[in-house]
Design a protein around this ligand. Structure first.
Ligand SMILES: Nc1nc2c(c(=O)[nH]1)N[C@H]1C(S)=C(S)[C@@H](COP(=O)(O)OP(=O)(O)OC[C@H]3O[C@@H](n4cnc5c(=O)[nH]c(N)nc54)[C@H](O)[C@@H]3O)O[C@H]1N2
Ligand SMILES: Nc1nc2c(c(=O)[nH]1)N[C@H]1C(S)=C(S)[C@@H](COP(=O)(O)OP(=O)(O)OC[C@H]3O[C@@H](n4cnc5c(=O)[nH]c(N)nc54)[C@H](O)[C@@H]3O)O[C@H]1N2
Ligand code: SF4
Ligand SMILES: [Mo]
Length: 696
């Protein structure tokens, strides 16, 4: 092919896979996974490919827009970038001067390219940098923190060398990260036994050696039974326990787990006791090359924090924490005696003000991390602990990804200034005072990203084609704001200057990225030794009982609370992903909309037929008087107590011409949802809803 190959990074979801794009005459002709990246193998998912259709998409915001009418009225005036950046800077400055930097709330999609933005938020003196974590993985993060003293991303999943893998509430063959999919397939090919625990037969379940269909919301009972078996049958790794678990904690765990026999779990979960015993025995044989995945999006139930803890505890009992084929420790450049990318964030002191969401103050057990956005919304509505006055939203839509959008819209009225930086229309952007249109990833560069793992890597997002409309890359927007706000440390004239600054002291230069678009700091995976390792907890061991949590009256070993059976005609609402859409981002994408324009409500075939519901028939779904209509999809392969919906549908903005009016928004089914929150884990409980389904 003529033209050139540009190496870059996908941004159609948070996985940020390395890609390569064939560019000819200023157009993207072909896109694939970066062939040099060993975990990618040239592959991309459908959403990655659909990045191409964003380029010419006229449904997206095409120039900076200033609100004219009331919030959400949709009256806009086109302004120039200079005017837009001047205005944004002056509004942020006004908030800072009148109410302090802390009055600025920032929410962001996060991810490995976020350093520059996070640094700007800090430079403004705001402690309130957040991401959608409390609707995603906060419970897993905090489970890891409470046991190991570090975040969940400090452990890697070594699928390739695993002998047994358990995926629970986790569906990686549809909730895709290309590298993870490839590594898991490699592991399976090398003989790893795969167990999938799900309420329905997902694509991942289709690849399992053992599929356990579980009653929705009862997973914790299952895990406690597995812990019980490992301890009572002495299937656990006594050497690992002696090294890393305090004897009194192990005793406490034994006593705690004693009532949770396999028979108890069978009665709760519907999974046969023999199956549970067989699983525990199989894992003990495969140990320590075992992965019991603690879950991705764990904002589901009241006990999701404890479920994630129990998964980690099972790994610890099997000795797989820190082990090859299990969950080895993350490797950073410094573990290799190398210097990582220089961080913009480190240029600014951490603001002394307390966070508006209470993380680190009224919630002292949580530290660092991206905060708890739903609690920041509470602060926005109440003005407590202090008034929030300006809200910056980057690549994220809390009006689709958090429950109770109407409540949130009301709180937004209190903002003096709402700024949205986005490549596509979002509900929140529609409410904004100022919309800054971001160039989609194929049209922009971003600051370099450091990907830690078994092979630390620096990756570069390069521009494949020039911006189509009057849009700008992220770095231009944020350095433009920085220069106007007098933040000289973040004022750069070109992306090359930014990259060169980040690379200072690393031993690499820009030329090193030409060949592949990334640089790996080592050739082979590195496994850190556990011999000399100390966990960063008070006891330097794994804290099955964590004093910080206990001091807050939060029990570390929490009893399982039985799930009541659902009444006839009612179901537990379960949610998830499909392979061709990203959260609420892609429903209006031309290619993906063609593949899947609507979501459906999965329900059990026999139950549906008994209710007189046909496959494909429209049904009414209601939760406490809230709800809407959606098509039923009858399946033999879903638990009779569950219904399941792919999330992110039900868009109603006129500007989203393809997605508008298609499917049902699951957030309609979560009345009171912003308050269903677990103080121990920080995550929302987005699946604690019983819905009624009615034939029309
Ligand atoms: N295609 C695609 N891939 C994605 C994303 C995307 O939007 N689209 N998003 C990315 C993000 S942000 C995340 S956090 C991850 C999420 O990744 P996952 O958490 O794996 O995704 P989900 O589909 O939400 O949930 C996984 C499974 O949990 C099952 N489940 C629901 N309730 C229960 C229950 O009570 N018990 C059990 N055992 N199972 C249950 C669902 O049926 C579903 O198959 O995916 C990432 N990858
Ligand atoms: N009810 C309910 N709520 C949920 C979930 C659920 O399953 N059910 N899942 C939760 C989870 S796991 C997560 S991670 C959050 C996600 O919450 P969000 O981050 O808000 O979800 P997205 O739909 O990925 O992003 C929203 C918008 O940001 C822009 N955008 C986001 N990421 C990118 C990007 O990388 N590149 C570009 N170019 N634009 C981007 C797009 O305009 C997109 O429409 O939602 C959570 N909320
Ligand atoms: S998993 Fe798919 S959408 Fe996500 S970054 Fe990779 S290719 Fe893009
Ligand atoms: Mo997520």
């Amino acid at each position: 092919m003529s033209g050139k190959v540009v190496y870059s990074v996908c941004a159609m979801c948070g996985a940020r896979c390395p890609i390569q794009v064939q560019v000819e005459g200023g157009e993207c002709k072909f896109i694939q996974g970066n062939l040099h990246a060993s975990g990618i193998k040239g592959a991309l998912c459908a959403r990655g490919v659909s990045g191409l259709s964003l380029v010419e998409d006229r449904d997206r915001p095409q120039f900076p827009m200033l609100r004219q009418g009331g919030r959400g009225e949709g009256k806009w005036k086109r302004i120039s970038w200079d005017e837009a950046l001047d205005l944004a800077a002056s509004k942020l400055e006004a908030a800072r001067i009148q109410h302090g930097g802390k009055s600025i709330l920032w929410s962001d999609c996060g991810g490995p390219h976020a350093d520059l933005r996070h640094a700007l938020c800090r430079a403004l003196g705001s402690p309130n940098y957040t991401a959608a974590e409390s609707a995603c993985a906060a419970n897993v993060h905090h489970a890891a923190l409470s046991l190991f003293g570090f975040d969940r991303d400090r452990l890697v999943y070594d699928y390739r060398r695993a002998k047994a893998v358990v995926l629970q509430t986790f569906n990686p063959f549809e909730a895709i990260d290309v590298k993870e999919v490839n590594e898991l397939l490699d592991g399976i090919q090398s003989g790893a036994r795969l167990t999938v625990i799900d309420v329905r037969a997902s694509v991942t379940a289709g690849k399992a050696d053992r599929f356990l269909m579980i009653r929705p919301g009862t997973d914790y009972a299952l895990n406690l039974a597995v812990i019980n078996l490992l301890l009572t049958r002495e299937l656990y790794d006594a050497k690992f326990a002696a090294a890393w678990i305090k004897p009194e904690d192990l005793e406490a765990l034994k006593a705690f787990a004693a009532p949770y026999t396999p028979e108890y779990a069978q009665a709760e979960t519907g999974i046969k006791a023999e199956e549970i015993i067989a699983l525990a025995e199989e894992l003990a044989k495969a140990a320590p090359a075992v992965i019991w995945h603690p879950g991705g999006n764990a904002s589901r139930y009241n006990d999701s924090f404890h479920l994630a803890r129990s998964a980690y505890i099972i790994n610890a009992l099997l000795g797989s924490i820190g082990s090859k084929g299990g969950l080895p420790l993350l490797v950073r450049p410094r573990h290799l005696g190398r210097q990582g990318l220089k961080r913009f964030l480190d240029l600014f002191p951490q603001p002394e003000e307390k966070r508006a969401d209470g993380v680190g103050s009224t919630l002292p057990q949580f530290a660092g991390g991206p905060g708890l956005l739903h609690l920041a919304f509470k602060a926005m509505a109440s003005g407590n602990p202090y008034p929030l006055k300006a809200y910056v939203v980057y690549n994220h839509d809390p009006l689709k990804s958090y429950p109770e959008p109407d409540k949130l819209k009301k709180a937004l009225e209190k903002m003096d200034f709402l700024l949205c930086v986005t490549p596509t229309w979002t509900e929140i952007a529609w409410q904004a005072d100022l919309v800054l249109p971001l160039s989609p990833h194929l049209e922009r560069e971003s600051a370099l990203a450091q990907r830690n793992g078994l092979k630390p890597t620096f990756q570069m997002r390069a521009r494949c084609v020039d911006p189509r409309f009057d849009t700008k890359p992220d770095w231009e927007i944020f350095t433009g704001l920085a220069s106007r706000l007098g933040v000289s440390e973040l004022t750069f004239d070109s992306i090359k200057d930014i990259w060169a600054w980040q690379l200072q002291g690393t031993g690499y230069s820009l030329a090193d990225f030409e060949e592949k678009g990334f640089v790996e700091l080592v050739d082979k995976p590195v496994f850190r030794s556990m011999e000399v390792y100390k966990f960063p907890t008070a006891s330097e061991k794994i804290e099955l009982v964590n004093p910080k949590w206990e001091a807050q009256g939060l029990v570390s070993l929490a009893p399982y609370v039985q799930k009541a059976p659902v009444p006839k005609g009612s179901f537990r609402l379960t949610l998830g992903r499909c392979p061709v859409h990203t959260v609420s981002y892609t429903q209006n994408n031309r290619l993906l909309n063609e593949m899947m324009p609507d979501n459906e409500l999965w329900m059990n075939y026999d139950i549906g037929r008994r209710m007189g519901i046909h496959d494909g028939a429209e049904v009414e779904v209601k939760s406490n008087g809230h709800g809407g209509r959606v098509k039923a999809r009858l399946s033999e392969f879903i638990h009779p107590e569950a219904v399941f919906m792919v999330r992110g549908f039900g868009h109603d903005l006129d500007v989203e011409t393809r997605a508008r009016g298609r499917g049902l928004a699951e957030t309609q089914l979560m009345p009171g949802g912003l308050d269903k929150f677990d103080k121990a884990g920080g995550g929302l409980a987005l699946q604690e809803y019983v819905v009624r389904v009615m034939r029309l």
